[in-house]
Design a protein around this ligand. Sequence first.
Ligand code: F6P
Length: 565
Amino acid sequence: MALPKPVDVTEIPEWAALQEHFDRLQEEGVSLKRWFADDPGRVASMTFDVEDLRFDLSKNLVTGETLDLLVKLGRAVDLEGRFRSMVCGEHINTTEDRAVLHTALRRPKEQSGSFVVDGQDVVADVHETLASIYDFADKVRSGAWTGVTGRPIETVVNIGIGGSDLGPAMAYEALKVYADAGLTARFVSNIDPNDMAEKTRGLDPETTLFIVVSKTFTTLETITNAREARTWLLEALRDAGAIDGSEDAAKEAVSRHFVAVSTNLELVEEFGIDPKNAFGFWNWVGGRYSVDSAVGTVLAVALGPERFQDFLAGMHAMDHYFAHTPLEENAVALMGLINVWYVDFFKSYSHAVLPYNQYLSRFPAYLQQLTMESNGKSVRWDGTPVDCHTGEVFWGEPGTNGQHAFYQLLHQGTSMIPADFIAFVNTPNPTRDGEQDVQELFLGNFLAQTKALAFGKTADEVRAEGTPEEIVPARVFEGNRPSTSIFGVALTPFSLGELIALYEHITFVEGTVWGIDSYDQWGVELGKQLAKQITPALSESDAALAEQDASTRSLIEFYRENRTW
Ligand code: F6P
C-alpha cells in the first residue's frame, strides 16, 4: 500500500493556529506562576499515571489550549494512523523500503497469533530466537557453557557500536543490581585501540566470552575489534599453555569463546563464528531500536531470561498505552508534541534529559542515538525539504552531578532548555547519614530543581534576603524554564523497558509531525566512505595524500611528522 505523502506541517491551519496562540501567549506573558494560581486543576489535568510511572507535565510552558491545539496538530498529521501503519508492518522506512517493527520484538506470543509481514511470521521468529537466547543464557549462567579449558564464564564482553552497544551498555549499567549470577559484562565499541586495551585488561581468557554484535556485520569498528579480540584470546590461551598452536585448537577456542548477533549470518560464518552460536534478527529492526532483539543477548546472560522478559513486558506495556490512549490523555504523545512546540515555536533546539538515578548514567548517551540519528534530517520521507526545524540536541548527565556543572545555564542562561527529570521513589541502596535518609536528600534535590526552574525567584524575594542592590540582578531567577517530571516507583527491568519505549514513541511523534523518515540514517555514510579513502594516506600512499583537500593534507602531514611508533 502506498504511504500517504507527508504533510508540509507549516502550511496547515493547525500550525497557523499554534503560531497565533504562541504569539498571544508572548503578548500576555508566559507565567507558570500565574497559570498555576489561575487553574487549581492544572496539576491534576496534566498528570498521567502509566503503570508504575507518574508523568507530571504541568511545569511545561503550555496551557490547556496549547495542548488542545497540539492534539489537533497530531490528528492533522495522522499520528494514530501512521503508528498503526508502523505496527502493521507497512514500509514506513521509505528510503530503505523497510517495515519498522521494533514493537513486534516485545509482543507477547500468546496475544499475537501469527503475524505475517513480507512473507515472514514475525512473532513466531521473534519468539523462536528469544527461546534460543534464553537457552544460551541459562547455559552460561549455570556454568553448563564453559570456555575451552572447561572453566565457567565469568565475564561477557559485548563488542558492537551505535545501536549494537549503546542500548545494551546503558541497560546493563541501569540494571546491574539484578546481575545475580556472578557474571559481569564489559562493552567495547570504539575503534580507538585504547578501548579494547582497557576492556580486556585483567581478564582471564579462559573465563571470557565475547558477543560480537553487528546488524550488518560489516561495521569497521566492530569487525576490527572482533578480530583483535580473537587475536587477544588465542595468544593469551597459547601463552598460558591452555591450547596448542594448531588451527583446530584455535577453531575450538573461538567456538567456545565467541558468539555473534547479526542479521547477516553468512558474514558471521565467514568471520569464523559457528552459525549455531549466532542469534539473528531482521532488517525491520533499526540498530537504535534493537536493544530488545538479540542485540540484548548480553542482558539476558548477565541479568537472566526472566529479567529480560520483564524488560520486554515494560516496553510492551508502553506500546499498548501509546497505541490505545486518546491523544488528549496520552502522556507519551503529549511529550512528543510538546517537544515540537519548544523546537518550532520557542526555537529551543536543545533538550536536557536528567536522570536522578546514578544507574541511568548512560541513558542520555543512549537517547542521543535514538533521537538524533532518527530525527536529525532535513528532508521529508518523500525527499522534499522540511520547512521547519527538526531534531533537537538531546543531552544530559545524572543529577546531582549536573547541578554542579551546567545547571547554571539551565537556570539563568539566555537559552531556554526544556528538561526531562527522571527519578524513582525507591533505591536498592537505602542509606542514612545520621538522622538523614540519603535517598530523601537526593529526591529533595530533584524536586527543588524542577521547582526552581519553573517558578524562579523575583528581585523582591532576593532583596528580602538582604542582598546588596548591585548584585540583585545576578541573583534573580526568572523561572518559566520548562520541565517534565517522570517519577517512577523503582528502576526495574520493567520500568527501564517503559522508559525506552517512551522515548522511542516520543521520537516517532516528533518525526511524524515533521514528515521525516525517522528510521533511516544516511547521514552517517559519507564519513564512513571518506575514512576508507583517507586512511591509506596516513602512512602509505602519497597518491591518496595528494587527493585530499589542503586542510586534511596538512593534518596528515602533522601526523606523519609526529608518529612515534
Ligand atoms: O552509525 C550508523 C549505524 O549504522 C547505526 O545506525 C548502527 O546502530 C551502528 O552503525 C552499528 O551498526 P551495526 O549494528 O550494523 O554494526
